[in-house]
Design a binder for this molecule. Structure first.
Ligand code: FES
Length: 128
């Protein structure tokens, strides 16, 4: 496994009752299954990752990097996560982000080490 898509569904992300957009967890799980991605790219639905103000947050993790994405409020954002997962599965990993996701990148501040450790694939990951 060389890549991981981490989708936050914690105390804020996806909480419609707090005025945030829904995180389509069932859609993501179904898409992973339909495209047989699970053995090559892990889909991880996580609790709070820390930067709640950037809701909804996801992180694309490769062996050497991580891409933090925020403000994922539309279905097309999640469809792009699936497309990235398919690309990463096809080529073992993908460092290229589609534009729709590249526009959502942010640099997280003060994310706790245990959170970083729980989502990284190995210790070579840069936390930038
Ligand atoms: S609930 Fe998603 S970052 Fe906190």
């Amino acid at each position: 496994m060389s890549s991981r898509v981490v989708v936050c569904s914690g105390c804020c992300c996806g909480r419609v009752d707090k005025g945030h957009s829904e995180v389509p967890v069932d859609y993501l799980k179904k898409s992973w299954e339909e495209n047989n991605l699970g053995s090559r790219v892990e889909l991880m639905i996580s609790g709070c990752l820390g930067p709640c103000k950037m809701h909804n947050v996801s992180v694309l993790v490769t062996e050497s990097d991580m891409f933090w994405l925020g403000d994922l409020g539309e279905q097309k954002h999640y469809e792009s996560l699936v497309e990235w997962g398919k690309e990463a599965a096809r080529y073992d990993q993908s460092e290229d982000l589609p534009e729709i996701l590249a526009n959502k990148r942010f640099e997280p501040m003060n994310v706790k080490d245990d959170i970083i450790n729980s989502i990284t694939i190995n210790r070579k990951v840069k936390n930038d």
